[in-house]
Design a protein around this ligand. Structure first.
Ligand code: 5GP
Length: 192
C-alpha cells in the first residue's frame, strides 16, 4: 500500500536489532487519517469472508483493529498480556515470545468473547517472527472458531513469520512488506 510505504519512508527510523520505529504514526502517536485508510484496505482485502470478530493483541494492534472493525461492523477483541485477574480464569491462553522485548509472556482472551460460530480476522501492527500471530491463531483454534486470515500493517519480510504462517496455510495480507532496511534505507517488496 503506497500510502503506508511513503509514511514509513518519511517518518520511520531503523533501530539496532532490526526494529523499525514508527512511533510518530502507528505505535505511540496515531495518525488517524492513515489508520482509517489501513482499516478500509483490510476491509477491501477480507470483505468476502463474513468476518464476525477482529482479534488483536494489546496494545499496538488495538487502534488498527478498531479502524478496520468500523468497516466490517464487528467487535474487536484484544488479547490481554500477562495474568489478568480481572478477566477471570476462564480464558484461552497462548505463550508468546516477544521479538522486541526478548522475553515470553502469556496472552489471554476470555472464553465469553470467542465461540465456534465466529469467523475471525487477526490484525496486528507488525509481523516479525510470527509469534504474536501464531499465539492468536492458537487461541482461535482453541475456541473452535474459523480463521479467515491475518491482516498485518507492516511485515518485515526478512524475518520468517510470514513464511511460517503462509506455510501453515494461513491467508496473510500485509499492507507493506519491508524487504530490507539499514540505517539510511528501507526497501519494500513489490506485492506489499
Ligand atoms: P512477532 O511476534 O511476529 O515476532 O512480532 C510481532 C510483534 O512484535 C508485534 O505485535 C509488534 O508489536 C512487535 N514488533 C516486531 N517487530 C517490530 C518492529 O520492527 N517495530 C515495532 N515497533 N514493533 C515490532
Amino acid at each position: 500500500m503506497k500510502l503506508l510505504e511513503e509514511k514509513i519512508l518519511s517518518c520511520g527510523t531503523v533501530l539496532p536489532g532490526n526494529i523499525l520505529k514508527v512511533d510518530s504514526f502507528l505505535n505511540h502517536q496515531l495518525d488517524v487519517t492513515l489508520l482509517n485508510e489501513l482499516g478500509k484496505e483490510f476491509h477491501r482485502l477480507f470483505s468476502s469472508y463474513n468476518i464476525t470478530k477482529i482479534l488483536t493483541v494489546e496494545a499496538s494492534g488495538i487502534a488498527i483493529a478498531c479502524f478496520a472493525a468500523q468497516y466490517f461492523d464487528v467487535p474487536v477483541v484484544f488479547a490481554k498480556k500477562g495474568h489478568h485477574k480481572n478477566i477471570g480464569t476462564d480464558c484461552y491462553t497462548a505463550e508468546v515470545f516477544s521479538f522486541t522485548k526478548g522475553t515470553s509472556y502469556t496472552v489471554a482472551v476470555s472464553r465469553k468473547y470467542l465461540s465456534s460460530d465466529d469467523t475471525i480476522l487477526i490484525i496486528d501492527d507488525f509481523l516479525a517472527n510470527g509469534q504474536a500471530a501464531l499465539g492468536l491463531k492458537k487461541i482461535v483454534e482453541d475456541a473452535g472458531a474459523s480463521l479467515a486470515g491475518v491482516g498485518i500493517a507492516i511485515e518485515k519480510g526478512f524475518q520468517d513469520g510470514g513464511k511460517k504462517l503462509r506455510d501453515a496455510g494461513v491467508n496473510v495480507k500485509s499492507l507493506a512488506i519491508v524487504d530490507s532496511m539499514t540505517d539510511d534505507s528501507i526497501s519494500f517488496r513489490e506485492d506489499g
